[in-house]
Design a protein around this ligand. Structure first.
Ligand SMILES: [Mg+2]
Length: 173
């Protein structure tokens, strides 16, 4: 099945069939040490390059790694992250170094400057078009959980704390 060029295979398993989707930052990668790059209130004032480039120093979240590692081979595991495409080599190396089980890695492609929740929604729809039956998705961003449930998907919220001081509804916690 054809897939967008910014999707990265790990091991050659085709997309399709029973699928579980994991977010990366705040679920498997501990990005707490680089949240300060995003302290500015306005998005245009945030140091996004600093934030993404520091991802090489993320400790692994052991619970997340063990959880994704426990998923049976019956499922295709997709890591769906709004990290920018420029972090691809660093992210692939980090996943490998930390032994994170996954079949596909989806990072933002070039020029995909839409808000991350909107971008993730598009990727999930592409996955379903490609034959994926998404049985579960895990994310630490409340906006993504709301979007997943809006799509009719089963979503599990993982608390990272990165979004605690952001101003939006979090009634599902
Ligand atoms: Mg996250």
């Amino acid at each position: 099945m054809a897939h967008p060029s910014h999707w990265t295979s790990n091991g050659g398993r085709p997309i399709g069939g029973r699928t579980i989707v994991f977010d990366l930052d705040g679920v498997i990668a501990d990005a707490s040490h680089r949240q300060h790059f995003l302290a500015a209130e306005r998005s245009s004032d945030k140091d996004w390059d600093g934030f993404f480039n520091a991802c090489v120093d993320d400790p692994v979240i052991e619970q997340g790694r063990r959880l994704v590692g426990s998923i049976s081979d019956d499922f295709c595991v997709v890591i769906l992250t709004a990290r920018i495409h420029e972090t691809r080599a660093k992210t692939v190396a980090w996943l490998s170094a930390n032994g994170v089980r996954h079949d596909w890695l989806i990072l933002r492609g070039h020029h995909q400057g839409v808000p991350s929740t909107e971008w993730k929604r598009e990727q999930l729809e592409h996955l379903e078009e490609a034959g994926a039956v998404i049985e579960l998705a895990l994310d630490d961003d409340p906006r993504n959980i709301a979007m997943l449930r809006d799509l009719g998907l089963t979503a599990t919220y993982i608390h990272s704390g990165y979004y605690d001081d952001r101003d939006y509804d979090a009634e599902f916690r």
